[in-house]
Design a binder for this molecule. Structure first.
Ligand code: ZN
Length: 433
């Protein structure tokens, strides 16, 4: 008999996900000679282990106890552990494109256990929320990929940023990264990269990987421009993009004029003490002229005191009385990538802004990708594994769960994550099923 999604999800565990990941790592080409002592999958798995175990620095990982070395072998399948210097040297030359391919593979796994089915927006679409994040800054350390900023005092500073994409849903806590694009200097280009260039590459990459998915791209006002919208529509995807009076003056003036003439649809919904006021008009020009026409939604949230909160979006989905509430929630779900994604990476044990190694070429990007991959696998476990959630509830903070996992990993030999979780459950008197 076929297993239900609930059953399949309950069977997901770190150990199987790590075996699958290691198998994917064996497919990544090694640029070095064939007779190297430390094989690339071991080095990649070591980097993954750093982020999976939330080591605060590469040095902490380097100073392993004998037990840690045993556990790295048994839990992560690492045969030979390399030095941190070697890890940096080898990963600096790994192609980020090869690591990018691991995200759609994890999405296939999510599909196998029915998670995208739970994330349907308007019963049909998947919301892909995209946002930029800054994760490295230095006045000294730099590589050939760094974005460079000249300051008035003559000094330069160096940065790395990325655009992240995650599957989100207004009512769901977990966000699942589905890809990313580094905002960094490209091969053969000496000038700085920018968010809009990276976004163009990202759309191509996303569409290549997820063209079968009915995606709705959710983004902030920077992306409400004609070339970007045309690229999304060219892929037969949809969008909900935030717009602001300051960035889209003509659009807002056009809408206000229509509103004064009574040519705008309205709806007020009451929810407890809250009132939701919607104003919309379909098929308006994005910039007053040009070919791109959009549907415009203006929303006010009244809480009974003070000024209402106002938001507005343009979308390719036709606005109706029956969907404006959902559209507002879809537009606001954009923040989930920042709140549940990047902020978790920065503040919930992942040390996103810590420099785990910069290198000369791709290391900074490769380390960021490995961290995002570790976060994705953690989110899969969080969305599916009952024991993990019970331990999290008992420990009260997720940071504490990671700390305890690492503490056990350092001092006690274990054969699997499953065994480690059972020890942790015992510590917190969590009942096993
Ligand atoms: Zn750099």
């Amino acid at each position: 008999m076929r297993k239900s999604y609930v059953q399949l999800r309950s069977e997901l565990n770190y150990d199987d996900l790590i075996v699958e990941l290691r198998s994917d790592f064996t497919q990544i080409p090694d640029h070095r000679a064939a007779n190297v002592v430390h094989k690339l999958p071991d080095i990649l798995m070591s980097a993954y282990a750093i982020f999976s175990l939330k080591y605060p620095s590469l040095l902490c990982f380097e100073q392993q106890s004998a037990v840690e070395r045993t556990n790295l072998q048994s839990l992560f399948g690492i045969e030979k552990i390399c030095s941190d210097a070697q890890m940096r040297r080898v990963l600096d030359e790994v192609s980020p494109d090869q690591l990018q391919e691991l995200f759609p593979k994890r999405f296939d796994l999510l599909t196998r256990v029915g998670i995208p089915a739970d994330y349907r927006f308007l019963k049909k679409y998947l919301l892909f929320s995209i946002d930029g994040v800054h994760y490295f800054e230095s006045h000294k350390i730099n590589c050939k990929r760094c974005l460079e900023k000249q300051h008035r005092n003559g000094q330069s500073s160096y940065h790395h940023s990325m655009l992240g994409v995650a599957l989100v849903h207004p009512q769901r806590r977990e966000v699942f990264p589905v890809g990313c694009e580094a905002i960094q200097k490209q091969d053969g280009v000496s000038k700085n990269d920018c968010e809009l260039n990276a976004s163009k590459r990202l759309q191509d990459r996303l569409f290549e990987a997820y063209k079968d998915q009915p995606a709705v791209i959710v983004e902030d006002a920077l992306y409400a421009n004609e070339p970007h919208i045309e690229q999304i529509l060219g892929n037969s995807w949809d969008f909900i993009i935030n717009v602001k009076p300051s960035s889209h003056e003509i659009l807002f003036k056009h809408f206000e004029a229509r509103k004064e003439r009574g040519q705008v649809a309205t709806l007020v919904l009451k929810e407890g003490k809250q009132e939701h006021h919607f104003y919309w008009r379909n098929n308006v020009p994005l910039n007053g002229k040009g070919n791109v026409r959009v549907n415009f939604l203006y929303y006010e949230q009244h809480n009974g005191k003070g000024k209402p909160k106002c938001f507005s979006w343009v979308t390719s989905l036709r606005l109706r009385k029956s969907n404006v509430y959902d559209m507002m929630q879809g537009g606001r779900a954009r923040w989930k990538i920042e709140n549940e994604g990047f902020n978790t990476l920065k503040n919930q044990g992942y040390h996103f802004e810590h420099n785990y190694g910069h290198g000369y070429n791709q290391l900074s990007n490769v380390m960021a990708l490995m961290m995002l991959l570790a976060f994705l696998i953690d989110q899969i476990i969080q969305a599916s594994n009952r024991l993990f959630n019970d331990i999290w509830t008992a420990a009260k903070a997720k940071n504490r769960v990671w700390e305890r996992i690492r503490a056990i990993f350092i001092i006690r030999p274990v054969n699997s994550f499953n065994e480690l979780f059972v020890i942790l459950a015992d510590l917190y008197s969590v009942q096993l099923e």
